[in-house]
Design a protein around this ligand. Sequence first.
Ligand SMILES: [Zn+2]
Length: 150
Amino acid sequence: MQEEPATRKVTASRDDDAAGQQDHHMAGRPPISMVEQAQKRKDGELWGSHCQACKYDQISPMLRCPKCASKDVVSRQFATTGQVVSYTIQTVAPEQYMNEVPYAFAIIQLDDGPRVSGWIGFINRPSDLPKGQKVAFVSSYKPGMQFEKA
Ligand SMILES: [Zn+2]
């Protein structure tokens, strides 16, 4: 049996933990947790973190702003529409996406929010998904954030 090439291992290099250990007041929880975000996604909403000091938005939970180090971080609802910035077409799917192959794994700039990664089913070739394509978030039971052409 032929094996698929190993996926690139992504090593976390963010210094959130280190920053947290420098400040003992940082033992708290982020303004919105991943569990809460997942619940919001089921309701069709995209939520993340927002730095009130520099207006930086991030979909991943944050305790402290990675841009300006402010701890003035709140949860915020983002737009569910955006534009495709970049993507790759995947023809081999994990079991959850078997019925959508081939699909695009895309970087999407939300209309009001950060750049996020998500996937868009049934993309066969680059002409199926021009860069700048308008897309909209779809609430899905599948892992990751699913978008469709808007
Ligand atoms: Zn900031």
